[in-house]
Design a protein around this ligand. Structure first.
Ligand code: IZC
Ligand code: ZN
Length: 407
């Protein structure tokens, strides 16, 4: 063994290489007095303490809680500028979609992202990743969608690729050219969709710059028909599919996710009962985003119903400069527990194994099991309830990524 974590007070982890849904979402392993050993960056032992096992490096957890590293399965990580000016508009009751219609919102971030060069975006986002890591995140997703032309979408995706290679957090990349229709195509939506299908998607595919394709399927953004067309072409080119579905209006995004065979549907605040049933039927994971509900002062997704219906529920931050300018997964976990009424064990699965499954990585990370990447968090906490009960402080003691202490 290269490395041993000993004196773990409680090891808490979901088990499996696929998403856990229904009753299985809360069916986690809770092992007191445990030990975890690593070899070559992978977990080689995870079981009750055993004094006969030795290693070159030993880390004493001092009786603390250990969980898998957190997976933030939905972020808009790479962007220019900020949007603090929208706070006053929000307080005056101007809606997110009205801000966008007025050329602000996403379109304001597009302006600043286009104006920024790769180095600037890289340095800014790298700082976010280090903050995410310090809060326990070892894998995240990052979407493009603030370029909205071929060159600037590619620029964002190249920054994501460089970031993945240059720091500890693993990043899964999603192409989201269908985030909004850019100013120069307002009045010519079809022209933009033709550009997206004819130039952006094939180039991103050829350069291998993204694993997934996502569409903001929403009133005033992309319709169900437009989203279907984009997603089916992305599927044909080999992308996994994601959809921003039924966030603000119940227009059938969840049903579309099921129809096109998406890996995940995201937001789902307004998803219909039929939409939730459709997700369950086709094994589409629900990536729910409670900090967005909090920050936008919107209702919370019915995650309890999703679990009851057999949908695998993940919880992520939606970190972006508009509707969720916070990247603390621990706050998302607090809200998922308090507002979704999910139990601590259900939320733990949501932010580890189910998040990994929503990124197609459940065979590699998301649980503490022999053969998986050694991505773990040692918490300043004696048990699992504690990290849902305390809020507002960073409760991470130590983060281990690929068998190395990184924080
Ligand atoms: O920049 O507003 N919802 N896209 C869809 C976002 C939020 C990000 C943004
Ligand atoms: Zn989003």
């Amino acid at each position: 063994m290269d490395f041993i974590l000993k004196n773990i007070g409680l090891l808490a982890t979901p088990i499996g290489t696929t998403a856990q849904k229904g009753g299985a979402q809360r069916d986690i392993l809770l092992l007191p007095d445990a030990m975890v050993g690593f070899r070559d960056g992978k977990i080689a032992y995870a079981a009750p303490s055993d004094d006969s096992i030795s290693a070159d490096n030993v880390f004493d957890c001092g009786g603390r809680l250990v969980t898998p590293g957190l997976v933030d399965a939905h972020t808009h990580l790479v962007f220019g500028g900020w949007r603090q000016n929208e706070l006053a508009l929000k307080l005056d009751g101007v809606s997110y979609l009205d801000i966008l219609k007025g050329g602000g919102g996403i379109l304001s971030t597009v302006k600043h992202t286009r104006a920024a060069d790769e180095d600037e975006l890289f340095v800014k986002s790298k700082f976010f990743l280090s903050e995410m890591l310090s809060h326990g995140v070892t894998t995240c997703e990052a979407k493009s969608g603030y370029g909205l032309n071929t060159a600037d979408e590619l620029k964002q995706l190249r920054v994501i690729r460089s970031l993945d290679k240059s720091q500890a957090v693993d990043i899964v990349s999603t192409f989201m050219g269908a985030h909004a229709v850019p100013n120069e195509y307002i009045g010519n939506r079809t022209g933009y969709i033709d550009l997206l299908l004819g130039e952006m998607l094939p180039t991103v595919a050829r350069e291998g710059l993204a694993d997934f394709c996502d569409v903001f399927c929403e009133t005033g953004v992309f319709t169900i028909e437009e989203s279907r067309r984009i997603l089916l072409e992305a599927k044909r080119l080999g992308f996994g599919l994601k959809i921003h579905a039924d966030e603000i209006n119940p227009i059938g995004g969840a049903e579309l996710a099921s129809e096109v065979g998406a890996v995940s549907a995201e937001h789902l605040i307004e998803a219909s009962d039929g939409g939730i049933a459709a997700l369950a039927e086709k094994n589409v994971a629900a990536v729910t985003l409670p900090t967005t509900s909090f920050y936008s002062d919107k209702p919370y997704a019915n995650a309890r119903k999703m679990v009851q219906s057999g949908v695998a529920v993940a919880v992520a931050t939606d970190f972006n400069p508009g509707s969720s300018p916070g990247l603390n997964m621990q706050f998302a976990m607090n809200l998922a527990c308090l507002k979704y009424k999910l139990s601590p064990s259900e939320v733990l699965t949501a932010v580890t194994l189910n998040g990994a499954a929503a990124l197609g990585r459940a065979d590699k990370c998301g649980s503490i099991e022999v053969g998986k990447q050694a991505d773990l968090v040692v918490w300043n906490a004696p048990d699992l309830e504690y990290i849902f009960y305390r809020y507002g402080s960073n409760l991470v003691d130590t983060v281990i990524k690929g068998g190395v202490v990184v924080r």
